[in-house]
Design a protein around this ligand. Structure first.
Ligand SMILES: NC(=O)c1ccc[n+]([C@@H]2O[C@H](COP(=O)([O-])OP(=O)(O)OC[C@H]3O[C@@H](n4cnc5c(N)ncnc54)[C@H](O)[C@@H]3O)[C@@H](O)[C@H]2O)c1
Length: 282
């Protein structure tokens, strides 16, 4: 496929471009920052003109696309003022999704977030493990993700055959970013993420599978490692963090409290890079 990846200079974007190219796709990276060269074009997705033009075609880069992987965003509150996070992310996602449909592109895979489903879980979830039915935003970044999902759920009905897949990532860990797992025995570690994590390379795997399984309509999938980021058994942390919350299925000793059952069942997703294999103390 001919695929554009927005946010291609970022953590998830770099891993995704690498993976999709290795699989043989023709991939164009699009980002507001990045080094010029073949396979990359600098675009500010806050500007609809630039967005639409870059999706329709770019001289010496592409003359049409089959799919968009949309990862461009300010990925957390605190980097810029809260309202700026919201304005950038909502505008960018509208411009990319609406522009893609205008340009005739009918397959979109994009990054949603655990922040659309209750992060930082100061308010206890309704049940554990947390699945895709959970919805709740507690900051402007999460609010943007909730609204983007609502927007995508409407946009798929505007043109026949449109497929939009939201991948609700938990905290993405860079391949060289495992040092924090030194705290895996600390019950406050990753409490706001209900213990979850996912390696960027597995984030890219999820994109690849979502593209391969794209079908008309809107779908949401949780994307996390199958195990928790803690060395404390899951039943113990669940009882400690959320003593009054029901656990709806038998849990393996270190199973993640962010359910990826749907992604496993429907996409065949199972993360391959686990901190237990990758982290070495010291
Ligand atoms: N990193 C995480 O832990 C995490 C967790 C859940 C979801 N996500 C989501 O995954 C996606 C990728 O996140 P990431 O961790 O790779 O972030 P990142 O900051 O490493 O990369 C995001 C990229 O988007 C680009 N970008 C932002 N605004 C832009 C604009 N107006 N025009 C063009 N480019 C713009 C940035 O330049 C950057 O290179 C985002 O949607 C983020 O919200 C990330």
């Amino acid at each position: 496929m001919r695929i554009a990846v927005t946010g291609s200079s970022g953590l998830l974007g770099r891993a995704t471009v690498d993976r999709l190219r290795a699989e043989g796709h023709e991939v164009l990276g699009l980002d507001i920052t990045g080094t010029g060269g073949p396979g990359f074009t600098r675009v500010d997705f806050g500007d609809y003109g630039q967005t639409l033009d870059s999706l329709l075609g770019v001289t010496a880069r592409h003359e049409g696309l089959d799919a968009i992987v949309h990862l461009a965003a300010i990925p957390v509150n605190g980097l810029v003022p809260d309202a700026a996070t919201f304005h950038n992310n909502l505008t960018v996602s509208f411009n990319v999704m609406f522009g893609a449909l205008r340009a005739g592109i009918r397959t979109i895979v994009y990054a949603s977030s655990i922040t659309a489903m209750g992060f930082p879980f100061t308010v206890a979830p309704a049940s554990l493990p947390v699945d895709e039915t959970a919805l709740g935003a507690y900051n402007t970044y999460g609010l943007g993700k909730v609204l983007e999902e609502a927007m995508a759920g409407q946009l798929v009905n505007w043109h026949e055959g449109t497929s939009i897949t939201a991948l609700r990532y938990t905290n993405v860990v860079a391949p060289d970013g495992y040092a924090t797992f030194a705290r895996a025995g600390d019950p406050s570690y990753r409490r706001d993420l209900i213990g979850s994590y996912v390696d960027a390379r597995d984030g890219a795997l999820a994109v690849s599978l979502a593209l391969a399984h794209a079908k008309p309509g809107f779908e949401v999938y949780n994307i996390a490692a199958p195990d928790s980021g803690l060395s404390i058994p899951t039943a113990q942390v669940a009882a400690d963090w959320f003593p009054d919350v029901a656990i709806t299925k038998p849990l393996a000793e270190f199973e993640s409290l962010m359910s990826t059952d749907k992604a496993q069942r429907e996409l065949g997703f199972r993360a391959e890079h686990l901190w237990r294999d990758n982290y070495t103390a010291g």
